[in-house]
Design a protein around this ligand. Structure first.
Ligand SMILES: Cc1ncc(COP(=O)(O)O)c(C=O)c1O
Length: 355
């Protein structure tokens, strides 16, 4: 398998790709409904939740939109310290909601106290926060943010984008008190793109019933009625659900804690390597992602040339993203990636830098 150290789409194991090649079934058949139900129920383990998990035929952005359309009547607070949080803010604005943006420097975590203070002063039905900013390689202190907000405004719903971390970092939806938590298939779950998974609390589902103009395709109230019958309103992404069903068994066979430890060890190795090569991380210590490392390009490495070199060895890394595109580059360590892959990558990068 070639190795893509990019933050999605990531490499998919051959046997998982194969799982997609099962013959189609009518989607409203007992046989497929059993697979649908199994995949959705097994997914609850990933989210550490007893609430429902929706499987949507979309990428993660679809669920950014679903959160806004279903659970926000008017006022929402959008916490922004990176490109994907910024996208979520735009999603809220473009859906006509009354959105307040609470910005933090991109190289700093969102402050739980400041978030709570803003919620206390202005009152919000809901807030959005990105757990793992794929642009900056920063992990926000979501558990602490939820705690701080709950203390001042227990009714505010909290939505968390974990597109690039769920399955690679531990996020305990129920224990932390998150109302909606979602991810995409093509990141830490190491599946092909096209499927999103979103878990939703009971109180958020209750609220949705009174929200107008939820739309149709991502109307989670409609979806819930079908989900209770192990089905979906529109045709599901069947092949991807076969693959999800298969991949979840592989993930649980590895063990979630082992999986998180593997991701975290790879992150530490990449960070130490960068330090040793006079390169610093974009995100501050204590808030660094365990699934993707964003490195400041302080040595003016020609990333296109580096990637051309790496591609000869069937590897590739990612450039920067958004406004920090030119000044950073990224090494992802998620999904199927193992420490020995990281060692090979770092060895090749050393060879390139030594040239
Ligand atoms: C943190 C985060 N949120 C949202 C998205 C958008 O997800 P998708 O491309 O699956 O729509 C991405 C994609 O990279 C992401 O990293």
């Amino acid at each position: 398998m070639s190795r893509m150290f990019v933050p999605g789409p990531v490499d998919v194991a051959d046997e998982v790709l194969q799982a997609q090649t099962k013959p189609m079934l009518p989607h409203r058949s007992r046989e497929f409904e059993a697979v649908y139900r199994r995949a959705s129920e097994k997914s609850q383990g990933l989210f550490y939740t007893n609430y429902r998990v929706f499987l949507t035929a979309s990428s993660g952005t679809g669920l950014q939109e679903a959160a806004i359309r279903n659970f926000v009547d008017k006022r929402v607070l959008s916490i922004v310290n990176g490109a994907f949080a910024d996208r979520w803010h735009e999603v809220a604005v473009s859906n006509g909601k009354d959105v307040e943006k609470l910005s933090f420097d991109w190289d700093a975590p969102a402050s739980p106290d400041l978030v709570a203070d803003t919620v206390r002063k202005s009152g919000f039905e809901a807030l959005t926060v990105v757990h793992n900013e794929t642009s900056t390689g920063l992990q926000n202190p979501v558990k602490e943010i939820v705690e701080a907000v709950r203390a001042v405004s227990p009714d505010t719903l909290i939505f968390v984008d974990a597109v690039s971390s769920l399955g690679g970092a531990k996020i305990e939806m129920d224990a932390w008190g998150i109302d909606m938590l979602f991810t995409s298939s093509q990141k830490c779950l190491a599946l092909p793109p096209g499927l999103a998974l979103g878990a939703v609390s009971d109180r958020a589902m209750e609220k949705a019933k009174s929200v107008e103009n939820r739309g149709w395709y991502f109307d989670l109230v409609r979806m819930e009625k079908h989900r209770l019958k192990d089905s979906s309103p529109a045709t599901p992404a069947m092949s991807l659900i076969f693959a999800l069903d298969y991949q979840l068994d592989r993930i649980f066979a590895e063990g979630l804690d082992n999986r998180f430890a593997r991701h975290s060890a790879m992150a530490k190795r990449v960070q130490e390597w960068a330090d040793a090569h006079d390169l610093s991380m974009y995100a501050p210590e204590g808030y660094r992602s365990q699934t993707v490392t964003t490195i400041k390009n302080e040595r003016n490495i020609n990333v296109s040339e580096l990637n051309a070199f790496l591609k000869q060895r069937e590897m590739r890394i990612a450039g920067g993203y958004g406004p920090i595109k030119e000044s950073t580059f990224r090494i992802a360590h998620m999904g199927e990636t193992q420490m020995e892959d990281i060692e090979k990558l770092l060895e090749a990068m050393e060879e390139f830098l030594g040239k």
